[in-house]
Design a protein around this ligand. Structure first.
Ligand code: NAD
Ligand code: ZN
Length: 590
């Protein structure tokens, strides 16, 4: 949100030029907030009949051009002089009628008809200077009931803004800023029916009530618990303890399944650690922060990451490493660093964490160093896949293999990670991208990712590295292995050209795996490297990978082949095991 405070913002708004005529999306200028005003970024708005009445202007004072809209949810972008109880980043609902907190009405227990800020449908300007904050080429556009939410940015009086729980989904609670609260309150506060006469409305009110402050308290929520290796996850009610020193508690909105979850859930050749909550590819919102956390606050949009960045150690200070001494990936530890305990429990019995993220839960606790704060405008149901697989593959190519324009690249394993590696090769300008996979179903998808040729090792009697050497006059310039299979690792190394070839390993092997190759393959000036998370530092680098998606340099939609509600999380495992999809998004709120 930084950078725009104090400046005019140019953004899109739906302008009503004339009564009853369709709104026109225009580029407008939105002036900075003045004394006791705040400028909001509107994320969601809805249409209430009051907008329609004044737009029709039948029997109403017509005031055009005007920006309608008053039922909305957004985030504070900047605040004007004298505003002390709101700050940039706060989640808010603008309201058409205000509360100065000083007048007789505000002090009365019975009235909400604030002397200063009560609804005024005829005034199209701000109170402070009787001017509009909206303009098009300097020509003013009128406000509507002090809110004008049919604009990407708007300016409102601080008294017309309700700060709300940042964990509340704005696409739902925005309707509370007018219609739903109005109806609910009319019944509960004014009509006051007795018990039994309005049960349905009481239930509706719970939407708002359920969102009340949870900071510092144990949260009870749903999580998908793996009780035993290889057995379907079970949705259980778990307790999630508050975050401790340098920890944050996140509300997970979307998570997806990566093969690394599946490996450790199968626990074949891995240390089994059960009961456990898996999941590490996800997007969410900070619910509360523990002691010592200064760079994150409730409401921040974040991606949790399985490998962290303390920003202090030699690795974090090195330009080359992302293997943080404190927070590097640890698949055997099922507890938090600060006290070697789990934050999850069921009736007091601890449930283990997985790689410090455990995102198959509506709420989770993670170390602050494993959280990347991202652009809040980025859709979490898409960018969640950047918190592991896609960034891993992309970075393995762009940051580690570094193919050049016109070079040849072999990609072993055409799952989401491998296809992201292929995407990196395409972005780098590689002219031949050879995809290798045992599953022929993958070849169709791979075309969309710029893979130019395919090899299925099962179609050949000789080792696949020999097949590739023949195809490429001695070997490819670069290879990236994204299978986790040791045979594919050897092939990926031995298929690069001598003299300059570089092979990069990404797949996670079994615990006791090893491979052998003749040392002369290395002497012949081939390089073998490996990387976690594509060599990206999660906190420093991930926000800019998210921007690649926002700028349309990187397409994420094509990686997302399935979507399931949280209750059906086991289906995501089926898709992964049958090789039928790339990434399956799991919607926590569905
Ligand atoms: P995926 O299961 O969707 O894809 C793996 C693909 O490899 C499949 O299409 C499979 O058919 C193919 N494959 C398996 N064995 C092969 C072989 N011998 N030769 C050719 N192809 C073979 O998995 P994914 O989510 O894309 O993950 C890929 C790998 O990357 C996994 O090992 C995962 O654990 C690992 N991973 C590593 C990191 C890291 O930071 N290093 C991060 C994420 C994932
Ligand atoms: Zn992963």
């Amino acid at each position: 949100m930084s950078g725009t405070a104090g400046q005019v913002i140019r953004c899109k708004a739906a302008v009503a030029w004339e009564a009853g005529k369709p709104l026109v999306i225009e580029e407008v200028e939105v002036a900075p907030p003045q004394a006791m005003e705040v400028r909001l970024k509107i994320l969601f708005t809805s249409l209430c009949h009051t907008d329609v009445y004044f737009w029709e202007a039948k029997g109403q004072t017509p005031l055009f051009p005007r920006i309608f809209g008053h039922e909305a949810g957004g985030i504070v972008e900047s605040v004007g002089e004298g505003v002390t109880d709101l700050q940039p980043g706060d989640h808010v609902l603008p309201v058409f009628t205000g509360e100065c907190k000083d007048c007789r009405h505000c002090k009365s227990e019975e009235s909400n008809m604030c002397d200063l800020l009560r609804i005024n449908t005829d005034r199209g300007v701000m109170l402070n200077d009787n001017k509009s904050r909206f303009s098009i080429n300097g020509k003013p556009i009128y406000h509507f009931v002090g809110t004008s939410t049919f604009s990407e940015y708007t300016v409102v009086h601080v008294g017309c803004v309700a700060k709300i729980n940042p964990a509340a989904p704005l696409d739902k609670v925005c309707v509370l800023s007018c219609g739903i609260s109005t109806g609910l309150g009319a019944t509960l506060n004014v009509a006051r029916p007795w018990k039994g006469s309005s049960v349905a409305i009481f239930g509706l009110g719970a939407v708002g009530l359920a969102m009340s402050s949870t900071a510092g308290q144990v949260i009870r929520c749903k999580a998908a618990v793996a009780w035993e290796a290889g057995k379907p996850l079970v949705i259980e009610e778990v307790e999630v303890a508050p975050p401790q020193v340098m920890e944050v508690r996140l509300k997970i909105l979307f998570t997806s399944l990566c093969h690394t979850d599946v490996y450790f859930w199968e626990a074949k050749g891995q240390t089994p650690l059960f009961p456990r909550i898996f999941g590490h590819e996800a997007g969410g919102i900070v619910e509360s922060v523990g002691e010592g956390v200064t760079d994150l606050q409730p409401g921040d949009h974040v991606l949790p990451v399985f490998t962290g960045e303390c920003k202090e150690c030699r690795h974090c200070k090195s330009e080359e490493s992302n293997m943080c001494d404190l927070l590097r990936i640890n698949t055997d530890r099922g507890v938090m660093l600060s006290d070697n305990k789990s934050r999850f429990s069921i009736n007091g019995k601890p449930i283990y964490h997985f790689v410090g993220t455990s995102t198959f839960s509506e709420y989770t606790v993670v170390h602050v160093g494993c959280v990347a704060k991202i652009n809040p405008a980025a859709p979490l149901d898409k960018v969640c896949v950047l918190s592991c697989g896609i960034s891993t593959g992309l970075g393995a190519t762009l940051n580690v293999a570094k193919p050049w324009k016109g070079s040849s690249v072999a990609i072993f394993g055409l799952g989401a990670v491998g296809l992201a590696a292929a995407e990196g090769a395409r972005i780098a300008g590689a002219s031949r991208i050879i995809g290798i996979d045992l599953n022929p179903k993958r070849f169709n998808d791979a075309k969309k990712f710029g893979v130019t040729e395919f090899v299925n090792p099962k179609d050949h009697d000789k080792p696949v590295q020999e097949v590739i050497a023949e195809m490429t006059d001695g070997g490819v310039d670069r290879s990236v292995e994204c299978t986790g299979n040791v045979n594919a690792m050897i092939s990926a190394f031995e298929c690069v050209h001598d003299g300059w070839g570089v092979a990069v390993l990404v797949g996670v092997p079994n615990k006791d795996d090893s491979f052998k190759t003749h040392p002369v393959n290395l002497l012949n000036e081939r390089t073998l490297k490996g990387t976690f998370f594509g060599n990206y530092k999660p906190r420093s680098d991930l926000p800019s990978v998210v921007e690649k998606y926002m700028n349309k340099e990187l397409e994420l939609e094509k990686f997302i082949t399935h979507e399931v509600p949280f209750a059906e999380i086991n289906k995501a495992f089926e898709y992964m095991l049958s090789g039928d999809g790339l990434r399956c998004i799991i919607r926590m709120n569905a």
